[in-house]
Design a binder for this molecule. Structure first.
Ligand code: CDT
Length: 303
């Protein structure tokens, strides 16, 4: 079997006043713990480096820009890259990206993948942006990702690295079947996801009380229906008055949860992932070439 030890490095809350330096020290600590459990690949959350700022409506450009990275690694994030290289651990890191492309300033909710030698493998920019582009007066808590980011423009790519084929997604993407299916069709065996999920995100209690169930349901279904390992990592806990769910988990291509966090704080969960398990499901019930009927799916891609 082809094996990889993967870990989800869940983070507890990050205060608005926390510095990048403090956060990166926590990340390095989590890497060390993952290394002691034999991890070769560590998944950090969405927007790992700061508090989940889309909960606030800010208008001062300097205040907004402070939450974004203009280079990766930058001076403050470099210690994480150095530690990972020293420990020979690959990692996924989510962050807010501010770039100038063709003279235009652009903002994305981004993740990158770094291999065990510290080499850059690939970048993903979040495609499904939930919430609103203007503050909602009737909602107790805001979710303004459409105000702070534009939809990702890099597609759902799959990267051949670390002895497998890895795809990336970010938070709300995990609820959409197309996310997993596009990467599975491109041959992914493992999908990495970071998330920040408040337990009151719809404002409807019937719905919100099922937030943890829907998290598991989405990830387990995505893994099983697409024969992929999924490593999903939360930023969790009570952050600036908002309760973020935990449940960071590693799910097998069978849909079984093989490891799950039990806290809503900094916590590492790890599992030995048999990559050939993805091939087993792909050769049987989900042999795409034999069983899919794409002619019947055309409506899915009509707008
Ligand atoms: N970060 C993120 O995408 N969170 C959403 C919840 C908020 S929807 C208004 C999620 O899908 O978990």
């Amino acid at each position: 079997s082809r094996l990889i030890v993967a870990a989800a490095a869940q983070m507890g809350p990050i205060a608005r006043s926390d510095t990048r330096k403090t956060v990166v020290e926590r990340l390095v600590g989590l890497l060390g713990e993952a290394a002691s459990r034999g991890a070769e690949l560590v998944v950090f959350p969405e927007l790992t480096l700061t508090t989940f700022f889309p909960r606030w409506h800010m208008t001062d450009p300097a205040e907004i820009d402070a939450f974004y990275e203009t280079e990766m690694p930058g001076g403050e994030t470099r210690p994480l890259f150095e530690a990972a290289k020293r420990l020979k651990i690959g990692f996924y890191l989510g962050y807010a990206e501010l770039v100038v492309e063709n003279g235009v300033q652009r903002r994305f909710n981004t993740s990158i993948l770094i291999d065990r030698d510290g080499e850059f493998v690939g970048k993903y920019r979040k495609i499904h942006l939930p919430g609103w582009d203007t503050p909602q007066p009737d909602m107790a808590s805001q979710h303004l990702e459409k105000y702070y980011f534009e939809p990702g423009n890099l597609g759902f790519n799959v990267f051949k690295t670390m002895g497998t084929r890895i795809g990336m997604a970010i938070c709300n993407d995990r609820r959409w079947p197309e996310t997993y299916r596009v990467m599975a069709l491109k041959g992914s065996e493992m999908i990495l996801v970071g998330y920040n999920t408040p337990d009151d995100h719809t404002g409807n209690f019937d719905f919100d009380s099922l937030t943890q169930f829907h998290n598991q349901l989405s990830i387990q279904a995505g893994a099983y229906q697409n024969s992929n390992w999924v490593v999903a990592t939360a930023k969790a806990g009570r952050e600036e008055g908002s309760n973020l769910i935990g449940q960071s988990m590693i799910v097998a291509p069978s849909g079984q949860i093989v490891a799950m966090a039990t806290s809503t704080d900094d916590e590492v969960v790890a599992a030995r992932c048999d990559l050939d398990m993805a091939a087993l499901y792909r050769k049987t019930i989900f042999d795409f070439a034999r069983h899919r009927e794409p002619d019947q799916y055309r409506l899915i891609v009509e707008t």
